[in-house]
Write a protein that binds this ligand. Structure first.
Ligand code: DP6
Length: 343
């Protein structure tokens, strides 16, 4: 008896939003209230292998070598079921149960965008293993339905997730702004806490949309932020990009803080480091911070300033890790010959 397995391995890198996605207009389809712009990072990534068997049954998810929790498994199965619907309508051959093996080279669920790289890698691996060829906008739409921010990780460098207008989400996917920016940028990831967060980004944003009186002001300001961010990227204006990135992140957190109950992702150390970044700026080291749904900071600087930045934080023993990242690539398939080379 021959058992035919359909398998593919994909790698996707995490991305950090410069203009944040915060709030959904459709929870099930993961349609955003606002557009967002991100930078994909080279040093943080997920590798995911999807293998379909010929038998039916529940999909099995292994995350960093361990069987994943049931809620996580169900999120992944939901994405694969979307693909099964496509496959059934195109070839009529049903895809069997899948084994999904996923590894992150960084802490999972700690606000380092593991769901972004995770669902982008999953969308690409699951599609390739099924023998389907989808365009990048179609892959981006699929990844979006796993985790919104994942739709941007299909692309390298700077990407924009277009909010879209349609109710079915067909026009809500990411496009490239500049895949391989020739710009000496460094985004340093400061890990203060590497434990999974207590409140997911999805729950935090839902609570903000439902209860924060500042949410309408957040939404009203986004189109202008997007326009200015596109301009800063196009003109390579580091100061304008950094200032706006930090402003947009603090505005998102201010909006979340005003929720009832308050949505608070910061630790005392988060605020101390924000003050340190300001001091560094005043002393001539131009760097800017952004913060996602967690306590960790990401600090953007020009690559030449990285050694000084690293030295300035060297005595900060509470930091669990300091990871310098450059602009990274979009999601790609890993040839089987290279599959063993995990770090
Ligand atoms: C603060 O994409 O993790 O990082 O769509 O519910 O899975 P879900 O949320 P997720 O939210 C990311 C929020 C953010 C901002 C951003 O990446 O744009």
């Amino acid at each position: 008896m021959t058992i035919s397995l359909k398998s593919a391995l994909a790698q996707a890198h995490s991305n950090i939003a410069l203009i944040k996605y915060w709030g959904k207009r459709d929870e099930a389809l993961k349609l955003p209230q606002n557009g967002s712009i991100s930078l994909t990072l080279d040093a943080l990534w997920t590798r995911t292998r999807v293998t379909y068997s010929e038998s039916n049954g529940p999909d099995q998810l292994w995350l960093n070598g361990q069987l994943a929790s049931e809620p996580m498994r169900l999120k992944v199965q939901r994405l694969l079921d979307l693909l099964r619907e496509k496959e059934a309508s195109s070839s009529g051959t049903p895809l069997g149960a899948a084994k999904i093996e996923s590894e992150n080279n960084f802490p999972t669920g700690a606000g380092l965008a593991s769901s972004a790289s995770g669902f982008a890698a999953l969308a690409l691996a699951a599609t390739a293993a099924a023998g389907l060829e989808l365009s990048r906008p179609a892959l981006s739409r699929l990844a979006r339905q796993g985790s919104g921010s994942a739709c941007r990780s299909l692309y390298g460098g700077f990407a924009e997730w277009q909010r879209g207008e349609s109710a079915d989400g067909s026009d809500s996917f990411a496009i490239s702004i500049d895949e391989t920016p020739d710009w000496d940028l460094c985004m340093a990831v400061l890990v203060l806490n590497d434990l999974p967060k207590a409140l997911s980004s999805g729950d935090g944003m839902a609570q903000t949309v439902a209860t924060s009186p500042l949410y309408p002001a957040w939404l009203a300001s986004i189109d202008e932020d997007l326009t200015h961010m596109r301009q800063a990227i196009a003109s390579r204006d580091f100061s304008a990009l950094g200032e706006l990135m930090e402003h947009n992140a603090l505005k998102m957190h201010a909006t979340a803080l005003a929720s009832r109950p308050a949505v608070i992702y910061w630790m005392p150390l988060t605020l101390e480091l924000l003050a340190r970044i300001r001091d560094l700026r005043q002393s001539g080291l131009e760097c800017y911070a952004t913060i996602d749904a967690g306590p960790n900071l990401k600090v953007l600087m020009q690559e030449r300033d990285w050694p000084r930045f690293q030295a300035a934080l060297a005595h900060w023993h509470e930091l669990k890790a300091l990871i310098p990242c450059r602009p990274g690539p979009g999601a790609f398939l890993v040839p089987d010959a290279l599959a063993g080379q995990m770090p």
